[in-house]
Each structure stands twice: as structure tokens, then as C-alpha cells.
Ligand binder design. Sequence first.
Ligand SMILES: Cc1cc2nc3c(=O)[nH]c(=O)nc-3n(C[C@H](O)[C@H](O)[C@H](O)COP(=O)(O)OP(=O)(O)OC[C@H]3O[C@@H](n4cnc5c(N)ncnc54)[C@H](O)[C@@H]3O)c2cc1C
Length: 324
Amino acid sequence: MPKIRLPQRVVEGKFFASLKARVIDSGICSHCGACSAICPAYGIVVDPSRPIDFPNWEEDCLDCGVCIKVCPRWGFKPKSGLGNFLEIFAAKSERFKGQDGGIATEILAIALEERIIDRAVVVKRDENWYPKAATITKPEQLEKCAGTKYSFAPSMPELRKAVFRSKNGVGFVGTPCMISGLRSLQKIKSFRKVKLALGLFCMENFYYDSLVGFLADRGIDLRDAVWIGISKGKFIVKLEDGERSFPVKELNPIVPSGCKVCEDFTAVESDISVGSVGSPEGFSTVIVRTEIGKEIAEKLKERCEIGEVNLKIVEKLCELKKKH
Ligand SMILES: Cc1cc2nc3c(=O)[nH]c(=O)nc-3n(C[C@H](O)[C@H](O)[C@H](O)COP(=O)(O)OP(=O)(O)OC[C@H]3O[C@@H](n4cnc5c(N)ncnc54)[C@H](O)[C@@H]3O)c2cc1C
């Protein structure tokens, strides 16, 4: 039998106590939720409004230490910059409307159509903009999941179910910290069923309740928003009867502490990254990093409108995130 090395405890008690002390309570948890996807007691909860928690852990934690083993913020070494890449271009989907060019949706559709994956874990929302994770098996189900939700998504518990059910591979979309969580989970065999890691550029994310409160303080009910986005340093909320915008800086007080230690703007560990910065309006910036990313990029080029990226702006944002 190979010897399994248990993680080190930093406080007395069960392993979750150490994760809680060193990562969650110390404020460096990214809220990626990787721990929730692996906990054999199914006890770790990913709530879009609250820090990661394991209610009743004193009794229910099985003390296996696996939550620590997959936590990308345990012994955290921040990654930054553009990362390794094969090519970068701008693209706009001809069939999907998305946050920018609809390219995240297009990539997942291509991966399903080409049978690279048989399901994709995505993030939908309800009428309150509350983020919900979902597993999609047909390209035509993807459109309603397009668009950015500016709150932590409970994707990892959904991923756990998806890898269990998948025969041919899973696609996963997430912010840079979620992609790091996924890569960490892939130390475990069942998560190697994820064949496509689609990363989104990200400067910061928010707790759902904090975002609701921020907007309520400015007289906006989040439920009335028809579109939310960040562009040129402005947080923009489109309503039925007009538009309100605020300097992104005004959101600083509600940026979670775990985002403040993150330096990864472009999701350097993904197969293919997609963002808004660097591309003309209505296009998405695409960074192709791996062979599987390249296979999909070739199809993208056949099916989408292609443009050029202003790489200087992307690099500037990478630097800005590091500085923050
Ligand atoms: C919290 C957050 C912050 C971002 N910040 C920036 C930024 O500062 N600069 C920048 O250039 N781009 C940023 N992006 C990326 C940008 O908003 C678009 O998602 C990206 O450009 C892709 O657009 P699209 O039209 O190609 O995607 P679409 O086709 O609209 O697809 C979007 C995909 O994102 C997934 N998704 C939506 N919300 C979430 C979420 N909360 N967590 C995980 N997955 C989600 C959906 O499942 C969908 O598959 C951010 C994204 C998020 C989620």
C-alpha cells in the first residue's frame, strides 16, 4: 500500500479546524469551493452570500484531511500575468448572445458538439440574480446560462455530481480561483474527467448579499437589473428605464478579502481563457493555452467573427491586479 501523507495540522482538533483557522478565518479563502467537492461527509457548504462553512464540523468532519489537500490557498503561491499561451485573438459568436462576444457559451457548445465533453458545469441565475450552478448536456440549453453573474457561484458541488455521471468528459467554466481549485482537485482521479477548463478573466467577485446591499444603498433593487457589467472602470447596471453606473472603486469596501490576495487576472491554469478586456465591444478576448484549447479554437475560427486583441491593455490589467 502506498503511504498517504496527511496534511499538517496548524491547530488542535480535526483537519477542518486547521483549514478554518489558516484559510477561512484568516481571510485568504477564495471561495472556490474545491473542498466542498471532495468532502466525504458532504458537509462543506458553498453559499454565495457567506464564507465557506462546515456546519457542525466538530461532530460531522471525518478528519480525513482531504479538504486541505485540495485547497489552493493552503500554502498559497499566487500566480499572475498572461501565463503560458499558444495564441490570443478576439472573437464574436454568430449564434449566441453573451456578456461580451458569447464566446464562453460558444466554446462549451463546440466542446459538446465535438464530443470532447458530454456535459458542462455552468452558472445560471434566478430572477433575483442569485447564482445557481447547473449541468448542461445539450448546446441549445446553454444560451440561458450566458452572461456574467457578479457573485460567488456554487459550482463545485455540481461538478462533483457531473464527474460522477460523465462517461466522456466534463467542461467546467469558472473564475481564475475556481480553475485553480479544479486543477487542485485533479490530483484526484475522478476529477481528471474534466477535459475542458474554461477560465474567465476576473478582477474580483462579490458575496451576493454584499452586492444586493451595495446597490440598495444607491436606491437600486438588484431584481430590477436587466444587465450588469464592468467596463472602463465603471460598474454598470442597466434597468428597464435607464442605466446607472458607479466607479468600480466604490465597490472596494465589499471586495472579499480572499480576492484581495489573488493575482491571477487571466485564469492562467485554464485550457482556454475568455474575458472582455482587450477586445472591441461585442467581442471576447480568447487566450488559448493547451492542445485541447487549440482544438476548440480552430473550430471557433471557422464559426465566429475574429478580431484583434490589444495585448497591452490585458497586460496592464494583469499588473493592476498584482498591485492590488
Ligand atoms: C465575477 C466575474 C468577474 C469578471 N471580471 C472581469 C474583468 O474584470 N475583466 C474582464 O475582461 N472580464 C471579466 N469577467 C469575464 C467577463 O465578464 C465575461 O464572462 C467574459 O468576457 C466572457 O464573455 P462571453 O460573452 O464570452 O461569455 P458568455 O457567453 O456570456 O458566457 C459566460 C459564462 O460565464 C459563466 N459564469 C457567469 N457568471 C459566473 C460566475 N459568477 N462564476 C463562474 N462562472 C460564471 C456562465 O456559466 C457562462 O458559461 C468576469 C467574470 C466574472 C464571473
